[in-house]
Design a protein. Structure first.
Length: 211
């Protein structure tokens, strides 16, 4: 399955009629947060592929269009925050947001809050195990795991809960954004146990074998 994962920053040539010609057939788009809804909608339309996404800490409740309208989500996409979904045999789950660094910050969570949010995935993960013989293939998030691709700043600390999810449920991939490579370069791909952790900023194309 050919997957386009995107986060944090628009890419001019993806937001153009040339996208399909340069990428070829894409089977699934995964959005890891902090992207305009109009951009995600454009990718869905141009690539003719389904979109699963989670919100980042800079995603607004309402996005205003140039025509004066409003959007609260990208059209044609499916929010998989705290959900498990099956797309063509690929088992995907999502957890939105970043560490809380503002008291009233949108899509921001403390370590304990993210641990509680991750527990909501348990019934879906158990169903995956029962029906498919494995817990999860891909976890999409905005923030990275604690100590992997994160930074020692108030806004860019990773989540401890993601380490526990990888240790117990062994997803093949954890895809995240949040760390912009243009101003904070660092490792973009790390193997941790059974999981390959990838910073997809601003985009990454993956070919994942579906069982």
């Amino acid at each position: 399955m050919k997957i386009l994962a995107v986060s944090d920053e628009t890419v001019d040539w993806l937001y153009s009629p040339n996208a399909r010609g340069r990428l070829g057939k894409v089977d699934l788009i995964l959005g890891c947060g902090d992207l305009p809804y109009y951009y995600l909608e454009y990718l869905v339309t141009m690539l003719d592929a389904p979109l699963f996404y989670v919100h980042g800490n800079h995603d607004p409740l309402v996005e205003y269009t140039s025509a004066g309208g409003t959007k609260t989500a990208p059209g044609g996409g499916e929010n998989v925050d705290m959900r498990c979904v099956n797309q063509g045999g690929l088992l995907v789950a999502g957890l939105e947001g970043s560490i809380r660094y503002k008291p009233d910050g949108l899509h921001q969570y403390t370590q304990n809050e993210m641990t509680l949010r991750s527990l909501v995935l348990l019934p879906g993960l158990a169903a995956n195990r029962l029906m498919h013989g494995r817990w999860l293939d891909v976890l999409i998030a905005h923030a990275p795991p604690l100590g992997i691709h994160d930074m020692p700043t108030a806004a860019h600390t990773g989540f401890r809960a993601f380490l526990n999810l990888m240790r117990i449920f062994r997803p093949r991939y954890l895809l995240h954004g949040h760390r912009h490579q243009n101003y904070a370069p660092g490792e973009i791909e790390t193997r941790w146990g059974a999981t390959t952790v990838i910073n997809v900023h601003p985009f990454r194309v993956l070919d994942i074998e579906v069982n």
